[in-house]
Design a binder for this molecule. Structure first.
Ligand SMILES: Cc1ncc(COP(=O)(O)O)c(C=O)c1O
Length: 366
């Protein structure tokens, strides 16, 4: 159990470790699928193995909640959508992460649910959707536009009885934003990103304070088989140990780079909730403890962005985010991202020195 006296930073370093005399300090990688009967764990798909247990303890403890871990962020996202009854009505962001929009659109095409699409920052739009929605799915800050939803206001408005309010907290992480404290039923993170932090695993987590939802998510994991790997869970725990340090450094650098980008002649707009000039800065300040390390900025044309992402030497041209190494990509170049501004580049700031990153960006924008 989490010791209430400890800060989040200390919990991330210390939570989920074996404690009995003679045990290793790190929960070991247990690659077993099968276990001796009558020992607690029956089979790795139906129960929580010792390695998942460490990840679920450390991630859940951060939010004073239970955590259910999955094979990837999308396995975690799907498990929430799998909770819906047939014929449900859902509300998702109009500017949603593309694979989540893929789930919403596919279920809609198959007649499994009907969908409202609401711009992330449109609080009135979300509140208007609440009385009829069985699931309200919000992503904040959003990928890749970095829009911020007013989570407490959405959570506090009247919704359909039994409806679920879920937040994709991948960009902020539970360290910087607490959706459950703001009134959400479920908080989802791709642990592939900041929790893992080294671009070497896929993992996803859902946290909730509802025992009923924990049971339903575990059952969904057992039935659909989105079970996490032992090695990946071990690496995710190892990543969590340094998450606070990495994020502290990366977000300080992100703020500095966002400011410098905003002053650069080739850059039309910068979106970073930490910039005082950002349209969502005020609301982000109210609900976030930090603004994270993802920055989006727009160049004048598709071609300009296409060229810039290929001109860096240090920042890697790669799609994922939240890692120690900085990465950037042109989102409009991806399938299904036609609505994203053509010149938009999403930059995930890592822990390299700020001056080296700025030299690289200036070179790419020259
Ligand atoms: C906001 C958001 N949610 C969910 C996911 C899915 O995570 P994963 O790639 O671990 O399946 C991503 C991946 O980029 C993401 O950016």
């Amino acid at each position: 159990m989490r010791n209430d006296e400890w800060s989040d930073e200390t919990w991330l370093v210390s939570g989920g470790r074996p404690e009995a005399p003679g045990e290793p300090l790190n929960a070991p990688i247990v690659p077993a699928s099968n276990f001796e009967l009558d020992g607690g764990v029956l089979y790795a798909r139906t129960d929580t193995t010792p390695t998942w247990h460490a990840l679920e303890t450390v991630v859940g403890g951060l939010e004073q909640a239970e955590c259910v871990s999955f094979a990837s962020g999308m396995a975690a996202v799907s498990s929430v959508f799998a909770l819906l009854p047939a014929g449900a009505h859902i509300a998702v962001p109009a500017d949603c992460y593309q694979a989540t929009e893929g789930i919403a659109a596919e279920g809609e095409a198959q007649g499994r649910w009907t969908v409202d699409r609401i711009p992330t920052a449109d609080t009135d739009g979300w509140i208007a959707a609440l009385p009829s929605a069985d699931l309200v799915w919000v992503e904040s800050p959003s990928n890749p536009l970095l829009e911020v939803a007013e989570l407490a206001k959405i959570a506090g408005a009247a919704r359909k009885p039994g409806a679920l309010f879920a937040v994709d907290n991948t960009f902020a992480t539970a360290l910087l934003q607490r959706p459950l404290d703001l009134g959400a039923d479920l908080s989802v993170q791709s642990a592939t990103k900041f929790i893992g932090g080294h671009s070497d695993l896929l993992s996803g987590v859902v946290t909730t304070r509802s025992a009923d939802l924990v049971a339903r998510l575990r059952r969904s994991r057992t039935l659909h088989g989105g079970t996490p790997g032992a090695l990946e869970s071990y690496l995710a725990v190892r990543g969590a140990r340094t998450m606070a340090l990495r994020l502290e450094r990366a977000q300080a650098t992100a703020l500095e780079l966002a400011g410098r980008l905003a002053d650069h002649d080739a850059v039309h707009t910068v979106r970073y909730p930490g910039l005082p000039t950002d349209p969502n800065h005020q609301r982000a300040t109210q609900q976030m403890r930090g603004f994270g390390s993802i920055v989006s900025f727009e160049l004048g044309s598709y071609q300009a962005a296409h060229d810039a992402v290929r001109r860096t030497r240090l920042i890697r041209h790669a799609t994922s985010l939240g890692s120690v190494e900085s990465t950037m990509e042109q989102r409009a170049a991806l399938d299904g991202q036609e609505d994203v501004p053509p010149g938009l580049i999403r930059l995930s700031v890592g822990v390299e020195h700020v001056d080296d990153l700025w030299t690289d960006l200036r070179h790419a924008l020259a």
